[in-house]
Design a protein around this ligand. Structure first.
Ligand SMILES: [Zn+2]
Length: 486
């Protein structure tokens, strides 16, 4: 009898302990609220980092100060930082935690050449001819930093197993830093990856992006006096002109999803010398990698024909190839729930007035900012026009994309108007929202094994047996093509 009492008491104590432990363990909702508070607490730091990146305005592969600042903050906050990854001095990987799952967050921070602009509601260069954040990558870098710092503190405080990795990805606007990072296997151990981008809409982005081939076409001919003995010359510029003519005829015979655009980067020095060297920089895009490959084959034939007809020689350098984005709907639904839980952004009168003035200056309907959150769209067959190196990651691990409203509705992207908005509270508000949605989504991926399994299944089904293959060779080094500020 006494023994039975003793057993009952032990069971009671054990149950009480279990109840107490369960009582201390916060729910996912509580943890998410904690993440939102963390981002709010860090808002001043994020604005400071974002503004510094905006001021530096460093273009592709020259983001020395920008990457240094991000790495310093991450190290100070307890992350291990691996510098100069994938052969790029401004690329890094910052990690915190241990074991699985390993969740990645992408950060970008490169500016665009020639878009220098003050943070005014009208066009006014800050440094004549200088660079500017016309794609809002200063917000991108600081917003991703905010998400990583918040999630780090929560997994640390609550001993949640897993690793968070922030990828410092340089050169998105030109070159494609992630192409080199993907080739070198930096994303291989991820269970999933999260990215965002400033926009004028707020949505989980499932529209995807186009595959692209980036080609440099070079012709070499023979120089001669253009008036005295032109018959001795072979014009490389003629070959370029024949190539562009051929490409423009080809446009009639490609699918409507194809986009071809080019610039002539070298066409001779003076009119009285038959140009010995000429260069064409050409991009071919389509909905799929195969579509791009088919068009590039035709372009190669045109180049050969142009060389033959003009007596020159030709060389095609493939500077990089991106895949189309592989959208993960399972993970996108998780992200959408978090976005809706956090809710849309509101703007004060001064912000709306600033947005409307920019719209007036750019001849866009003066609607101000878009506050609403878009519903999750259905998957479409053909992506929107444009390509991104984030797509490379999406073929290695399930990758989620978010867009938040950071600029006035409808303004031209890659323009002075985006530079202005990116150092203003309308931009900061979009950045905070992005940090919150990414952090809460990362938390779901840390805590909910079922979701990760479902995301991976969808990913595997969509790969259809394909293993990621980089469009660049092993030895290929990232080139620096456009110089920074004058
Ligand atoms: Zn961008």
């Amino acid at each position: 009898m006494r023994k039975r009492h003793f057993t009952l008491i032990i069971i009671l104590i054990f149950s009480l302990i279990q109840l107490a432990v369960a009582g201390n363990k916060p729910s996912t909702k509580e943890l998410k609220n904690e993440l939102l508070r963390k981002v709010d607490e860090k808002s001043q730091l994020l604005v400071e980092v974002s503004d510094s990146l905006w001021d530096y305005a460093e273009i592709a592969l020259q983001e020395y100060k920008s990457s240094k600042l991000l790495m310093e903050v991450l190290e100070k906050e307890g992350f291990d930082v691996e510098r100069e990854v994938a052969g790029m001095p401004t690329a890094f990987v910052a990690s915190y935690g241990s074991g699985r799952p390993i969740i990645g967050i992408l950060a970008e921070y490169d500016a665009l050449p020639g878009l220098s602009q003050d943070n005014t509601a009208f066009k006014k260069a800050r440094i004549e001819g200088g660079a500017g954040h016309g794609c809002g990558h200063n917000l991108f870098g600081a917003g991703s930093l905010g998400a990583a710092l918040a999630i780090k503190e929560v997994i640390e405080a609550h001993k949640i197993p897993g690793t968070i990795k922030l990828f410092g990805c340089p050169a998105e606007e030109d070159i494609g830093g992630k192409l080199f990072m993907a080739r070198d296997g930096l994303f291989d151990d991820l269970d999933a990856c999260i990215a965002w981008h400033p926009d004028y809409e707020t949505k989980v982005d499932v529209r995807g992006s186009q595959a692209i081939d980036d080609l440099e076409i070079e012709f070499t001919g023979k120089a001669s006096h253009a008036a005295f003995d032109p018959w001795k010359g072979a014009s490389a510029l003629d070959a370029v002109e024949m190539t562009t003519f051929g490409i423009n005829l080809l446009r009639e015979h490609v699918k409507p999803t194809v986009r071809i655009h080019y610039v002539i980067t070298q066409g001779g020095k003076v009119p009285n010398i038959v140009p010995e060297h000429a260069k064409l920089w050409l991009w071919v895009r389509d909905s799929t990698r195969q579509g791009v490959k088919d068009v590039v084959k035709r372009v190669e034939e045109i180049v050969k024909g142009a060389a033959m007809a003009t007596g020159t020689s030709s060389k095609i350098n493939n500077k990089g190839s991106y895949h189309e984005m592989l959208v993960n709907m399972t993970g996108s639904k998780v992200m959408q729930k978090n976005l809706e839980m956090i809710g849309s952004t509101t703007y004060i009168d001064e912000e709306t007035a600033f947005a409307k003035r920019i719209q007036k200056e750019t001849d866009i309907e003066q609607k101000g900012m878009i506050c609403e959150i878009n519903k999750l769209e259905n998957l479409t067959k053909d992506p929107e026009g444009g390509s991104t190196d984030v797509a490379e990651v999406s073929w290695i691990t399930p990758t989620l994309n978010l867009s938040t409203s950071c600029a006035p509705s409808g303004i031209p992207w890659h323009s002075w108007a985006v530079v202005s908005s990116s150092k203003h509270s309308i931009g900061y508000k979009g950045m905070f929202l992005a940090a919150k949605v990414m952090a809460t989504t990362a938390l779901d991926l840390f805590l909910d094994k079922e979701v990760l399994i479902k995301m991976k299944k969808e990913f595997k089904d969509k790969l259809k047996g394909y293993t990621y293959k980089s469009g660049i060779s092993q030895g290929q080094k990232p080139p620096i093509r456009v110089k920074n500020n004058p």
